[in-house]
Ligand binder design. Structure first.
Ligand SMILES: [Zn+2]
Length: 232
């Protein structure tokens, strides 16, 4: 058995199961705090912070601790006006039953974002995925929600969510522009902005991805989406 937790042992893992404490790691990971419904733990050996999800200890980043505190301390439920604006755009459920809406938003301070990923969830945004967003906005900072010219239609988003895996980590959906150029997106996608093609110009091509077709346009740029936090 190793002395200390995975982080004490300089192992590059983000999460480990509760069963490993006492079987693989002789570590002292103890509950220090509960924020909302999330229990936070600390390893007494290296002071690494963890939160527990089901039976897994996940490393708590600085970012996620702040997100967690804000999630429970702020008023993040949609008001009637914003709810109506969201209904106009349409909601796509992701695999965790979180509700996602691609939008253009205007903040109370006048700033405008064209690539806003609105996430409505009962659960706080915890984990490494949420650290990918450089900018996080809370819904109480938002004045209005509108259709973004870069967002894909609900029909396209829903279809891309259910796409089959045809190559390793590749879940293609074929889209088309009005002049019949073919675009391939991978997995659940909310926005498109590549080679002057905007998401709102795209519709389903209703064809299967053909690996021999070299006319397809594949978006290779990563979009600068910002995350907007809403509590369900
Ligand atoms: Zn440790």
């Amino acid at each position: 058995m190793k002395k200390g937790c995975p982080a004490c042992n300089k192992e590059k893992i983000f999460a480990f199961s509760e069963e490993l404490i006492g079987t693989r790691y002789k570590a002292n990971v103890e509950k220090v705090e509960t924020i909302g419904t999330t229990d936070l733990y600390k390893c007494s050996g290296c002071n690494t912070d963890y939160f527990k999800e089901k039976n897994m200890y996940n490393k708590l980043t600085k970012n996620s601790k702040e997100l967690l505190v804000e999630f429970y301390n702020r008023h993040l439920v949609l008001n009637e006006k914003l709810r109506k604006q969201i209904d106009q755009i349409g909601i796509t459920d992701d695999w965790n039953s979180d509700k996602l809406i691609p939008a253009k938003i205007e903040l109370n301070n006048g700033m405008i974002h064209d690539f806003a990923r609105i996430r409505i969830s009962k659960n706080p945004p915890m984990g490494y995925y949420f650290d990918l967003f450089e900018t996080v906005i809370y819904i109480d900072e938002v004045k209005s929600i509108n259709q973004s010219e870069f967002s894909l239609s609900k029909e396209v988003r829903d279809k891309s969510k259910n796409a089959e895996e045809l190559r390793m980590s590749f879940y293609p959906t074929v889209l088309q522009t009005a002049d019949k150029r073919k675009i391939v997106i991978n997995s659940l996608t909310l926005f498109f902005d590549f080679q002057n093609i905007k998401g709102s110009e795209l519709s389903l091509a209703n064809e299967f991805w053909d690996f021999k077709n070299d006319k397809y346009i594949y978006a290779t740029e990563t979009l600068k989406e910002i995350l907007v936090i809403v509590k369900e």
